[in-house]
Design a binder for this molecule. Structure first.
Ligand code: AMP
Length: 617
């Protein structure tokens, strides 16, 4: 049994450039991969965790999604991987298959320059065949959900006898989902000398006990949150999916009255690609990042100062110390990994006693990070909605009017044209208003002055279009999470039931937020919402396609699976026995199934399906 050390405060450095990935002890192919993905400096959790793990010590890290915790554990594993070992040497346990897949993708990217590394995702819902043949061929790193990992251990198809590294990712989520016993069994039944890294956004007593019981003298790492933002900066956030970010930014650029703007992204590569996209849309934008030579950086900053440039797309490092009064807006295109860089970033506006605006894009999965920043900065960050087509058009019309007014101010040039127009009117017998409109067409060129109103598309069609969106976890309602709940006219509505109610202290806005963000529903898909003691009733379009159910299969509110299904008017007593997984409702307040019951159904959500057989304690 071991005890947990007193916390080590991993202060985010004042000067972020002071630490590099190579200072942390990483080298060679891993550094090269980091350069490829475009990370400039380690995040606070990475700076604190990587050297500790490389030194062989266990870690308990208090960190949530968005802090960079995946690289914090993945990089030290990859740096020490022995590719000649045929049995699995690293196992990462994650609460959901979405997270398992994300972690796998991250490993793949960081391992891009390491030869012959095999990484396997293992989760319920995927056929055993694929997993078994990969396991037989030999795998170095497995990222899986505890339920399916236990299935393989039960079947004897997974050999963890030579496991060197075990990571528990989002440990508190795994416990909430009822995986505690599986996790403990895996902790207990794997080699005692393995290194364990446990990451959790919160530290409930069970996790503290587990870490005392199964980890060896772990270093507890938490990121210091002593930060202050200036009160003259208005802070807002917009919930947006990854795929919608560029469109959201262009709408904001149209509607917000900005003078100069810094748009922050996470990687060097992204500064270039985003600046290019903005230039293609007609904005004076340039990229600055840590790879750009100092002289070039100064030139770019001077252009921003003089108004030749309006938008800088920057990484944290590149924008350090930037002091340009013209910067009226900071947009966090990617929310920063912690409150410290957030404060540095938004401090680029509101200079010299002016007011400033900070707008942060937050994907649904990053809301926890936003809450953490809000808590640390002790200032409210208010939600904003994506500017509507009407708002964009209003601004465009106002700007058009302004251009006319400005031109009318040029008396001499107007005089020069007056006779020409009068001549045209006389000779062509065309009203002056028509001539003015024709000249507006000339001035406007091919691009339309106004945006087309968004067509009402049937629900099914929208989902067909949305199917290819890249990140299942980041699906956002285009209008943010608080739609006014007015159903579309002519839409046949039906009542649906979800398995959360007053008992879970659920609020209508949470229901709307979850269904909109994760199911891809839009504001006008919602009708009445009734919150009952153990469940809630939600009116939604009667023709909801299966995909919506599939997308929402793993969705939770207050930790409880919502189990969306058409409402029959009666509470459900039994589990369905079909195996379509995502649509398989369970009894409310569901518990892991008893021993001998079916495990995870195909496509299931990976909740535990058995009690662990044994537990060495
Ligand atoms: P995570 O908290 O691991 O889910 O990471 C959140 C996001 O931050 C991911 O998109 C990572 O690619 C990105 N990220 C992680 N570490 C860094 C870093 N040092 N610099 C820039 N971006 C990072």
């Amino acid at each position: 049994m071991t005890s947990v050390d007193s916390p080590v405060e991993a202060a985010a450095p004042e000067e972020p450039a002071a630490i590099t990935f190579s200072d942390l002890g990483l080298e060679g192919p891993v550094l090269k991969a980091l350069d490829d993905v475009g990370y400039e400096t380690p995040s606070a959790i990475q700076a604190a965790t990587i050297p500790t793990l490389l030194a062989g010590r266990d870690v308990v890290g208090l960190a949530q999604t968005g802090t960079g915790k995946t690289a914090a554990f993945a990089l030290p594993i990859l740096a020490r991987l022995d590719v000649s070992q045929k049995t699995p040497q690293a196992l990462v346990l994650a609460p959901t298959r979405e997270l398992a897949l994300q972690v796998c993708e991250a490993f793949e990217r960081y391992a891009a320059h390491l030869r012959g590394v095999h990484i396997l995702p293992v989760y319920g819902g995927q056929g055993y065949g694929v997993q078994l043949s990969a396991l037989r061929r030999g795998v170095h790193i497995i990222v899986g959900t505890p339920g399916r990992i236990m299935d393989h251990l039960d079947k004897g198809t997974l050999d963890l006898s030579e496991l060197k590294y075990l990571v528990l990712d989002e440990a508190d989520e795994m416990l909430k989902m009822g995986f505690a016993e599986d996790v403990e069994t895996i902790l207990a039944d794997t080699p005692d000398d393995k290194q364990v890294a446990l990451f959790s956004a919160t530290m409930p007593a069970t996790i503290r006990r587990m870490s005392q019981q199964y980890l060896h003298d772990p270093e507890e790492i938490t990121v210091k949150t002593k930060t202050q933002t200036s009160a003259n900066i208005t802070q807002r956030y917009l919930v947006v999916s990854y795929a919608q970010k560029v469109d959201a930014l262009t709408r904001i650029l149209e509607v917000e009255n900005f003078e100069g703007m810094i748009v922050f992204v996470r990687t060097k590569n992204e500064t270039e690609t985003l600046a290019e996209k903005l230039r293609a849309r007609g904005y004076e934008a340039a990229a600055i990042n840590g790879d750009i030579a100092q002289a070039q950086r100064e030139r770019t900053v001077n252009q921003l100062k003089s108004g030749k440039l309006d938008i800088l797309v920057a990484t944290d490092v590149a924008a350090r110390g930037l002091d340009v009064e013209r910067i009226s807006h900071v947009v966090n295109f990617d929310i920063p990994t912690d409150s410290e860089p957030y404060v540095h970033r938004i401090g680029r506006t509101g200079r010299a006693g002016r007011t400033g605006d900070a707008i942060s894009f937050v994907t649904p999965r990053e809301r926890g990070l936003l809450a953490r920043i809000e808590k640390a900065t002790k200032q409210p960050i208010t939600q904003m909605q994506l500017p509507s087509v009407d708002e964009v058009n209003e601004t465009r019309l106002a700007r058009f009017d302004d251009r006319i007014t400005a031109a009318l101010g040029q008396a001499e040039r107007i005089d020069g044209f007056r006779d020409i127009i009068a001549h045209y009117v006389r000779n062509h017998d065309v009203p002056e208003a028509d001539v003015a409109a024709a000249l507006a067409v000339v001035a406007q060129g091919d691009s339309p002055l106004l945006l087309e109103p968004e067509p009402e598309r049937p629900v099914r069609e929208r989902f067909d279009r949305d199917r290819d969106r890249p990140d299942r976890g980041d699906r956002g309602d285009r209008g943010g999470e608080r739609p006014d709940r007015r159903p579309r006219p002519n839409t046949r509505m039906a009542q649906y039931r979800i398995a959360v109610g007053k008992r879970q202290r659920v609020q209508p806005r949470q229901i709307v937020g979850a269904l909109a963000n994760e199911g891809g529903l839009q504001r006008d898909d919602f009708g009445a919402i009734q919150i009952k003691s153990d469940f809630s009733l939600v009116e939604l379009p009667a023709d909801l396609p299966n995909e919506v159910f599939d997308r929402l299969a793993g969705t939770r509110i207050s930790g409880q699976l919502i189990e969306l299904r058409p409402d029959s008017g009666r509470p459900r007593r039994r589990s369905w026995d079909d195996d379509r997984g995502p649509r398989r409702p369970r009894e409310y307040g569901d518990r892991p199934a008893r021993e001998g019951e079916a495990g995870e159904a195909a496509g299931g959500d990976d909740r535990p399906a058995r009690k662990p057989r044994h537990s060495k304690r």
